[in-house]
Design a protein around this ligand. Sequence first.
Ligand code: ADP
Ligand code: ASP
Ligand code: MG
Length: 437
Amino acid sequence: MKVLKFGGTSVGSAERIKHVADLVCRSKGDIVVLSAMSGTTNTLVEISEYLYKGNVPGAQETLNALSAKYAGVVSELLSGEEARLAASEAVERSLSTIRYYFDKEFGEDAEKEILAQGELISTALMHALLTERGVRAVMLPALDYMRTGEGGEPDMAYIASGLRRLLELSPGADVYITQGYICRNNSGKTDNLRRGGSDYTASIAGAVIDAEEIQIWTDIDGMHNNDPRYVENTRPVSELHFEEAAELAYFGAKILHPACVLPAKLHNIPVRLLNTMEPEAPGTLIYNTRPDGTIKAVAAKDGITAIKIKSGRMLLAYGFLHKVFETFENHRTSIDMIATSEVGVTLSIDDDSRLAAIVDDLKRFGTVTVDRDMVIICIVGDLEWHNTGFEGRVLAALGDIPVRMISYGGSNYNISVLVRAEDKIEALRRLSKNLFE
Ligand code: ADP
Ligand code: ASP
Ligand code: MG
């Protein structure tokens, strides 16, 4: 059994949904995870923003446009009365769930309920289409098995038993359909796995059923060696180690949700990145590859803040770093990069919601300075320390771009450098030119 996930663009129109329906019938009994149609989750976020601000007419107008869009999709997608009725009813159920909150006190729970509707609709549309085509398609409602535990992490034991039970209830289907992204939290309320989370759904589902392979179908032919949104002439990487893929996803390669690699890696399930528009292209295979002595790819993570703590007391003292780290832990803020010297330490964070309080606390230990609007550029590949020359090539490529921080040796797979946001695109381009051309 395989798990196939199709992202928003892959199901972005009636025509694309039909194309995905062709692809999922190529082998029998797979689980298909779908995102919302592209644009829908953003529209749902917009509706929530209107409701937070108490602007009901704004929400109404946005919902009307969404309603018109789906009426068009239903009529283009399906031809039979029965299928159209089933799909229209599902769409209307979701729209009225959203409408329900127009005259209620609005908060996070309501927002999450609204955000869940995109995936509920896209899967209902796919189900109606496959059923109309005579395919035995079975829905596995994500809200019935996908659940996070107390710390907000997926409750793998619950998910495993829930998903297996649902599969046992409907053996022998041609295809199983489930919603990406959405889940329940440990109080049983509707929640989600954060933006882009359908990839995570696919790898969690793949892990708990011990799938033969997890396929992430998207709008590009695999993981490219640099960010195609900013750099020209990028090329797909044919193979990546789980660790390399995890670093790239975490450090900004949007093609994969940052958490998606871990469940697959733990269960040693290969992940294949494939292009819906070009199904025969080889894409990228992520598994336990052997190190091959090359640099594979570069990615960038935006929105980084660097915090420097300088202290004479650090000189020859122990316990200083412990106090610094504890401060971040107390504020539940995770650290991305670290650089130390005998008189100071600089750390980088991506979540600056607690920055003022963190800086305030750190002032007890030394002089604190903050650099905002920074970007981590992450260079990934076989960077085991005996492989010489890569550090030099990376720094030479950056040339006169000011580097705030460098991290190397933390893993065998990465060198990270911190630069100003305004230098990001130039840094990415220079790295491509020097490392891959
Ligand atoms: P989906 O909606 O299918 O989940 P996403 O938009 O989340 O798709 O991810 C695919 C996009 O990721 C590509 O269109 C591309 O612009 C972007 N991207 C960023 N970095 C990379 C990379 N290194 N390789 C491939 N795609 C990347
Ligand atoms: N629909 C959600 C989003 O746009 C989840 C996903 O597409 O992976 O973020
Ligand atoms: Mg995505």
